[in-house]
Design a binder for this molecule. Structure first.
Ligand code: ATP
Ligand code: MG
Length: 291
């Protein structure tokens, strides 16, 4: 597993540079679609097994944060990696433009209310990181957040990043395992995928002219991502900078990272106490008599 995860895990931000990570990397692996799908299926089954114990144990929880440029494959990755997981133990939240109510609160509010409860896996399809990404790139969005003007200074982005980092420390200390995935798509591959959305009628619905306009801000986004990862990568809440130009590889790396983190928790089904054993025996006796 670590073969797939070690090269992409970032736990220290200091020397992090996005340009050191190749969106087309597959670690030299070549697989056809079928081989990759089989391997992914094994990963998803393993993940489902871990999730079953997580749920039974009802103590740890797992928060998976997905961030990426458009068309990087967030939706498909979530769909495929989580395909075997019991939907009852898993919640997915897609964070879009905030509502009026959300804009009237502090910036972490809408995310904090969706942190998974104990025993569950929570998936953030976009997250509080948008508050230092899209809001940083388009600063008019910050004005809509109704902050007291004297608190909006140049340092606001560093402050938000520090707040996010502490928020994640807090979650970690509460038993929430935080894993963050940046699906690292290249500018060229995004172009290709957008054109595909135009070419294929069944993909037309996914196309948005706004996404193409957003490409003009590519460099600003990359700078914002780099700073966000530098400021918030930690051992307890690592980033995975996952190559995203090959979908099959993206999914394998994400599945491996989740399984690895859950394995480390050394989860086990709750042990039955001698008292409970007695109750079980009594219940069996009663049922036998009713046969
Ligand atoms: P899809 O794969 O379907 O395109 P998506 O996550 O891009 O999924 P969209 O509805 O296309 O979903 O876009 C959501 C938009 O909401 C994104 O452009 C994102 O930047 C924006 N958004 C998310 N969080 C915030 C925020 N806090 N403030 C402003 N805009 C936000
Ligand atoms: Mg979109």
């Amino acid at each position: 597993m670590r073969k797939y995860t070690d090269p992409f895990r970032v736990t220290k931000g200091k020397d992090f540079r996005l340009k050191d990570f190749d969106p087309g990397d597959t670690l030299g692996l070549k697989m056809d679609k079928q081989e990759a799908a089989q391997l992914l299926q094994r990963g998803s089954e393993w993940l489902a097994m871990e999730q079953d114990i997580l749920y039974a144990q009802d103590s740890w929880s797992v928060l998976l944060v997905f961030q990426a440029m458009d068309a990087a494959g967030k939706d498909g990755t979530i769909k495929h990696v989580m395909s075997r997981v019991n939907p009852q133990g898993c919640d997915v939240f897609s964070f879009k433009q905030p509502s009026d109510e959300e804009l009237s609160h502090d910036f972490l509010w809408r995310y904090a209310t969706k942190v998974p409860e104990r025993g569950r896996i929570g998936i953030f399809n976009r997250s509080y990181y948008e508050e230092v990404l899209v809001v940083r790139v388009h600063q008019e969005l910050l004005r809509a957040q109704k902050m007291p003007p004297e608190l909006v200074e140049k340092s606001i982005w560093d402050e938000r990043l520090a707040d996010i980092s502490r928020f994640e420390d807090y979650l970690t200390r509460q038993g929430v395992v935080v894993l963050k995935f940046y699906l690292n798509l290249s500018y060229g591959e995004q172009n290709k995928r957008f054109i595909e959305r135009l070419d294929k009628p069944e993909k037309n619905w996914k196309f948005s002219a706004a996404d193409v306009r957003e490409r003009r801000y590519w460099d600003d986004y990359m700078a914002a991502y780099e700073e966000a990862i530098r400021a918030t990568a930690s051992k307890a809440a690592p980033w995975f900078v996952v190559p995203a130009d090959n979908k099959w590889f993206t999914r394998l790396v994400v599945a491996a990272a989740i399984v690895e983190a859950m394995e480390k928790l050394d989860l086990h089904y709750p042990k039955v106490t001698p008292e409970q054993m007695k109750d079980l025996a009594a219940a069996r006796e009663e049922l036998e008599q009713q046969k």
